[in-house]
Design a binder for this molecule. Sequence first.
Ligand SMILES: [Zn+2]
Length: 337
Amino acid sequence: MKCPECSLNHKRSVGMVCSCGYSFVFCPKSSDAVTDGKFLALINKISGNGTYYFTPLQFHLQYCTKKYKEMKTQQNTGIGCFLFIAVVVFFASHNLTFALIPLGIAFLMAWAKKFDKPVSLKTSLGLLDKWKSNGREIDKLLEKPRLQNPPSECQEPDIYDYGVERILLVEHPILVDLFVLNNFHCHERVLILCQDGYPDYLGTQAEKSLEENPDLPVYLLHDASEEGERMNKNLETSSLPIQTHPIVDLGFFAKDIAQIKGLEFINRQYANKIPVAMLPYPILSKMLSNALNKEPGTIASSSTEPDINIGGIALAYTCLNLFDDYGSEGDDESDFG
Ligand SMILES: [Zn+2]
């Protein structure tokens, strides 16, 4: 195990405390299946080296991606070895029957890939809990909504004093925190509110903006779940005066999510019903920013309902291939043992 403090290679057999005094939390030989260094590398990756807030689900996806890549590499190496052995056996013995044995094993391994199971959410959350229960902090982790009062570090009054250009209604309170604490609302001049009215301090402001500007567009962002896909319908009875405003649904839909390349392994676990709060923040914010800055009519449609403009943010996501780029960059876990 490589010590994150002094970079020394520490032998597990001499205990869980490094000679520099660092106390290890994870033991890679146990059910943890991760080292402190790899865990910290995951946290650095998902928080942009501590520059933005992230959700437990984003950590989960990052951990699953890492594990999936490791497993794929091992399988491909195994298949390559068996194919090589099959060729060597065939040329050495000119006996096809012997050569068929390793060839059969290689095909079996390739076939078994179809049944790869991703890491469970419980496992990922267990790692976060274990880290915290050992007295370690994770600065930018958003576990539950905390915006009962306005955030102090943001210049919020500016955008509300001069007027917002749009309203974004999200399905879950944690998404308000994710975007607001990462200052997305200031960059995009958007008032972000949960469909249930959270946070209270923005409800009155939203009503005021909607009443003052009858053309103010309202964007929706929801999970690709059955409940999420009903968000627009559910808002028909909303106390917010949005009914006469242009509404653009930028939410996820399972049929769109199914097309996203690079998410197949997690799609199997979630049956394509992926939560918004699972996508890495750089991807989510870029995708949302692109969608918000397009004219509503030009956003790819993924619905046949005539009276709603469906944003199809997931389709935009597919086209941009952002996930592939994000997944391949900065794989610095190898720095740790
Ligand atoms: Zn050390």
